[in-house]
Ligand binder design. Sequence first.
Ligand code: AMP
Length: 368
Amino acid sequence: MTDTNRVKLKPGDTIGILGGGQLGRMLAMAAARLGLRCQVFSPDPDSPAFDVVLNATCAEYADVEALELFANDVDVITYEFENVPAAAAMVLDARRPVLPNRKILETTQDRLAEKDFVARLGIGTAVYADVTSVTSLREAIFRIGLPAVLKTRRFGYDGKGQAIIREGDDIAKVWTSLGTKQAILEAFVPFEREISVIAARSAAGQVECFDVTENEHRDHILKLSRAPAPIPDSLADEARSVASRIASALDYVGVLAVEMFVLANGTGPKVLVNEIAPRVHNSGHWTLDGASVSQFEQHIRAIAGWPLGKPVRHGEVVTMTNLIGDEINSYEEWLTVQGATIHIYGKGAPRPGRKMGHVTEVRPPKGK
Ligand code: AMP
């Protein structure tokens, strides 16, 4: 493994980004503002990130030669998605520093490993069980109760690869329709709200968290974020401390997001960790227009070996609204809304559920 603690880029150096979606695109744009170049690696010729970089590699993640050539062209490598194949990460890591380090992928690609890791830190999660067969699913339901959420251990996102099981459901049918033998069952959390913390950590161990964000999902896809989340300061401090502890325990370098559930008043913990995303995150998009330094810039600074910014919010982030599918067609209306900033990702045709852009509305502090 290359020594990741020694990375110190200079303006003009090149960052390699695995993945060519909107996150890669916004990372590359943030890098450009800091005088750093990016080269994007993606198998999809229509990658929106290709539009904003000079050099791109369009190849499969299993193409070892392409990976090696890509690594030779760049000074440090990062990724915009957590499902980077382990073999690809290994090939790259032998040549250039990969940040965040590839061990983190092993934990965050597998919901069971991730939950075990969080639980080992003494941080609350939904009660969960490893499920490998219809028999073990029945046992898990007996122990955890219903309703419960069955999730594939790997490759789940935006609600894909999960099913809510309710009293009276045909358990065998739910199990078969999941289409995998590696799953976890989680107790259904009757959350009051969903929040996330976007944290940046440098190789030197400096951690900077953004204000806690409140998130609303529709059809399992993030629709709206607001910052700061309307929660007591003590709870916000607890949420930020959870994210910091996770980042430090992972020896993380870069930006990560920790999604959490806030529980209504009760006797147990007030926040439960749902998921860790080892990357910049949709719920942090508001930082582009709503803070002195964005999540994308923080990530670039961290992997470049530069000091992190100390983010200051510009005002109340009333909403960050995702433009999903056909909603992008309303871009001209958004262009005329006072105080709104629109981001269009330059993707091809809108498809249902596809994130095409977002709009941020920030209300400046009174008197400004
Ligand atoms: P995930 O893919 O784990 O991030 O889940 C997507 C969304 O499904 C979450 O943001 C929640 O809205 C919902 N969800 C996931 N797990 C649970 C759970 N154990 N209890 C209640 N809702 C859940």
